[in-house]
Design a protein around this ligand. Structure first.
Ligand code: UD1
Length: 424
């Protein structure tokens, strides 16, 4: 038997969409170590005898209970080993602050590998620091793994697009979720040897927690169950739509935001629309005076206007939800309308019709293979797309390798590199 070695990994999370992508990797590392500890002479992941020490770093880009802590609890993520406590600021200030604070952590921990996921500011900030750090006179630095590499919207006005491109170009391991990612990276000249097609770790989380999410009480809380004589087994779920909007390009300009809300009128006239609103969006609603479109669920005083005949046709504004509650709501929705990236993928996996309120998507597999359509942001585009998704029987397939085993594939690839002595 080979002597046991330890490789140190730092895994970064920062903002809400990171948590469900990182959770399966953290769990796979834990499983690998447990298998190795139980039977050291048997082969663990990738045939590796190396113990993996994971240091979980939370940058603090998202910090509200509803945007962060709740996800740790829902996804069984252990408490972060290091919390950088960065918080909100402009792109430059937030990115710079993560970089400054993460550099100190890197110099102290000296990991063999840094794993970053997704496309948020924390992803790029930490990848950049790891790419330029030097642990010794030979310029030794950790290798960088980017999970969800290769996605491109081809819209450089999106901060996430800049984060994706730059992170991919400093990464050593590029873990790709869909076929378009392979093509994009090849076209940008990234050597094939760095690129691994592994599927989607966010779908690993979805498949792992779907059953638990079915036990969520959110449908009752929002009165979305049709009671039929008190027999639980005969209860059915009301027909409703689920809405999320938070992209700066959609909610930061009052004319654009107003236009989108007006485009949702047909939908909110035909069924309840549940809208768990991101803090950014909530601020904009107040700033632009758009409250008339919403019915608040949070005990805010209802004026005379809200009690009008049309009050029930308004969009129902609720606080941001945890992972399990949101997954449950998505799974029972008649249609999901969103400008999120991840939700396009989750609805595809669940077979739920999705309308994306954007002109482009970096996740074309959700349109080509899955249940997603791009509506754009015009009123008519949104009306037409929601109508189409509600009326037609949507059928979609699940993209290749979105099978719940992506984190294990990532770990196998990392362990293979360790065995080849590229790491350690
Ligand atoms: C970030 C990501 C985006 C992702 C989104 C998911 C970048 C560039 N953007 O956008 O890709 O889809 O997260 O939510 O990284 N705020 C709070 N509490 C929080 C976090 C934020 O109130 O816990 C408010 C703050 O006022 C802040 C604003 O939301 O200024 C925006 O937060 P920020 O992290 O800058 O970007 P997001 O819009 O959340």
């Amino acid at each position: 038997m080979e002597p046991t070695k330890t490789a140190k990994i730092i895994t970064i999370v920062g903002a809400r969409p990171n948590f469900m992508k990182a959770a399966p990797i953290i769990a796979a590392i834990r499983n690998h170590n447990e298998r190795l500890a139980m039977s050291p002479d048997l082969e663990a992941a990738g045939g590796s005898h190396v113990t993996l020490q994971n240091v979980l770093v939370h940058t603090g880009q998202h910090y509200d209970e509803a945007m962060s802590d709740r996800f740790f609890a829902d996804l069984n993520i252990p408490k972060p080993d290091v919390h950088l406590g960065v918080g909100s600021d402009s792109h430059a200030a937030q990115t710079a602050e993560v970089m400054k604070r993460f550099e100190e952590v890197l110099l102290r921990e000296r990991p063999d590998l840094v794993v970053v996921v997704g496309d948020v500011n924390s992803t790029l900030a930490c990848a950049l620091v790891a790419a330029k750090i030097s642990f010794d006179a030979n310029g030794t630095r950790p290798l960088i793994a980017h999970v969800e590499a290769g996605l491109r919207s081809f819209d450089r006005g999106m901060p996430e697009e800049i984060n994706r491109i730059l992170t991919d170009h400093v990464a050593d391991f590029l873990f790709v979720t869909e076929e378009s990612g392979l093509r994009n990276l090849r076209e940008e000249g990234i050597p094939d040897g760095k690129v691994h097609f592994v599927g989607n770790t966010m779908i690993d989380s979805l498949l792992a927690f779907k059953e638990k999410a079915d036990g969520s009480k959110i449908l009752d809380k929002l009165s979305l169950r049709n009671r039929s004589g008190g027999h639980e087994s005969t209860d059915s779920t009301a027909r409703y739509a689920l809405l999320t909007l938070h992209r700066p390009s959609n909610v930061d300009q009052s004319a654009t935001f107003l236009n989108i809300l007006e485009g949702l009128d047909e939908l909110s006239n035909s069924c309840p629309v549940i809208f768990p609103a991101h803090p950014r969006t909530q601020k904009r609603i107040a700033e632009f005076g758009l409250e008339r479109f919403f019915r608040s669920e949070n005990g805010s005083p209802e004026g005379e206007q809200s009690r009008s005949a049309h009050a029930d046709r308004r969009i129902r504004l609720v606080e941001p939800l945890g992972y399990l509650d949101f997954l449950c709501l998505m799974g029972h929705a008649a249609v999901v309308v969103t400008d999120s990236g991840g939700i396009q993928e989750e609805t595809t996996c669940l077979g739920i019709p999705c309308v994306t309120v954007r002109e482009n998507t970096e996740r074309p597999a959700t349109v080509k293979v899955g249940t997603n359509i791009l509506a754009g942001t015009s009123k008519e585009g949104i009306r037409q797309a929601t109508r189409q998704q509600l009326e037609s029987k949507v059928s979609g397939a699940v993209p290749e390798a979105w099978d719940g085993k992506s984190a294990q594939r990532i770990l196998d690839a990392i362990c293979r590199e360790i065995e080849k002595k590229r790491l350690l």
